[in-house]
Design a protein around this ligand. Sequence first.
Ligand code: ADP
Ligand code: MG
Length: 231
Amino acid sequence: MKAVSGIISQAVRDNRKSLLETEAKTVCKDYGIPITRFELAKNEAEAVGFAEAIGYPVVLKIVSPDIIHKSDVGGVVVDLKDAKAVRGAYKQILGDVKKHDAKAKIIGVLVQEMAPASTEVIVGSIKDPQFGPAIMFGLGGVFVEVLKDVTFRIAPVTEEEAREMIEEVKAYPLLKGYRGSPPADINAIVKIILATSKLVMEHQEIKELDLNPIMVYEKGAKTVDARIILE
Ligand code: ADP
Ligand code: MG
């Protein structure tokens, strides 16, 4: 858990309220939350080197303390299949981000493993002024954004509560498997909910946390984007 305290105090020293994706994912990893493999590139050649090491296809993303919603500013390019595509995406991301905010501080470009598409879920946390951290669960995309099909529990969440959370969303049948589509790994989601609960209980400096999306497979799951906002 050492890395987590170090990362949070660095952000506080820098006067930052949100962790970079690299930092948020390192925090997640420390708590056993599965994440996509990533490396931070400082130039195009480095990005290509990391892509080759990680293996194609890869995703490139902007890393900047001034950019919270990366895809809104052209800061995410997915499904890059070779070195040429990586170089192109690197230029495109920096160009688009600069166009949007010429003063944005650029830390680098994240090269990461591309998680195969699957059922997407969200695990989050927000702090209630009265009850402290609460844990949220729902399916991704329209289920959370349009249908608000989400559920909450006050942390710390027990394993039984984590299972209840998953079973009580209306979209649960999609996780259980339907019309021949395979069931999702419910135990993997339970583990992520419990790890998130532990993380926010042990680090009360965290005001908001958002693992969105998490791809869930027949076996295992992978967090593709992680956001952590500090008090
Ligand atoms: P933001 O939410 O800041 O705009 P994300 O990191 O969530 O940026 O990226 C936007 C979308 O791109 C994600 O919702 C997901 O659909 C896709 N994506 C991002 N990273 C990956 C990845 N490593 N593997 C597969 N898809 C990804
Ligand atoms: Mg996201």
